[in-house]
Design a protein around this ligand. Sequence first.
Ligand code: UD1
Length: 417
Amino acid sequence: MPELVIEGTYKLNGSTKIQGSKNAVLPIIAATVLINGKSIIKNCPELSDVMASIRILENLGAKCEFKENVLTVDGSKISGYTIPEVLMREMRSSSLFLGAIIGRNGKAIISSPGGCELGPRPIDLHIKSLNLLGATVKDKNGYILFSADKGLKGDNVHLSFPSVGATENVILAAVTASGKTVLYNAAKEPEIIDLADFLNKCGGDIKGAGTDIITINGVSKLNPTEYSVIPDRIVASTYISAVAATGGEIKLTNVNPEHLSSVISVFRESGCEFKIYKDEITVYAPDRIAGVSTVRTLTYPGFPTDAGPMLIAALSASKGTTVFVETIFENRFRYIDELKRLGANIKTEGKIAIVEGMENLSAAQCVCTDLRGGAALVVAALKAKGTTRIGRICHIKRGYEDIVRDLRKFGAEIYEE
Ligand code: UD1
């Protein structure tokens, strides 16, 4: 099993281009199920989650080609409606395909998604919303069967929580349903806007994406198009955390600074300085950042839960104490035991982590417990004295196209072995 080997304490300096967004491309890939023709998706990151999505599409009958960050999906022959258990297990976000599969075929079968590394990951909001749009739902032998014999029909949908995945599923189900859907308390994340922009480019009629009320007027047909996915704000946050941990100066190209404003604001408070351009940022980090006032993860535009682990890793070597509150997911702190192996001093209770910054971190053998927890270990290892080895890096490959390539561009001593 490959491991990451990192020799720490080197300051980061250099420039790298940020990959396309994982969380934007996954629902866009699901959307291609609705399109009878060739969709061309550019800036598509090469990730194991993207590969798993391609296997789902192929299983449904699509023809896919993926070369140099361009994914072509020919959905003309899609007739399948089942996501087998093995593919559901491979990627937790497989449930994102539900709305599109029902929209295309009037039915869908998936195995129950169950738990994941971030705690129980229910899809009750997805199910309730799809039910409102006309899909009947039955549970049978660990499978969930959805059917909309008369097709999906627009309605008013209120989400009790602005779930990102449920918002995407409603958009995907409603875009070719008959009539109008109004989604209240929708998620406002940039990835939702990207999905709506893609679908509108295909001829969809979606208004209000990026606000908490989205109106979708169903259209009878979507046309194939070419589309370029937004940059990955969490990968950019990871590299900001990395330079904040080590000190130095890095430039990130292909970013949308607006998507990073809550992250930039926290790191500014810690002592980092930023030069912000249209689609580039330069980060100047001091030798040792300071602790910051309480950080709470929130839905967009609040501080993203996915950027939390890497921030905590950087703060582990800060001067001062920071209180961090995780409000979105239960069990997001499993990686903290691994960070402690590197000398981090963090106490957790329920959703709260108290990070006492240490003058030094020290290298250790550790393992990734999940995607962003794995990235947090990389950030801490870059600061730690000595050679750290990180195992179970398959988690990192779900979301980072090539973290070794990117960090080596900043002069980091990191390789895979
Ligand atoms: C997406 C992102 C993930 C990010 C998260 C929050 C993708 C592929 N993943 O995940 O990286 O961390 O948004 O920004 O885009 N919930 C329910 N019932 C539901 C759905 C969600 O209770 O039916 C709860 C979840 O358990 C969680 C919270 O709502 O506590 C937020 O989940 P949600 O916004 O749906 O996240 P995901 O779409 O799964």
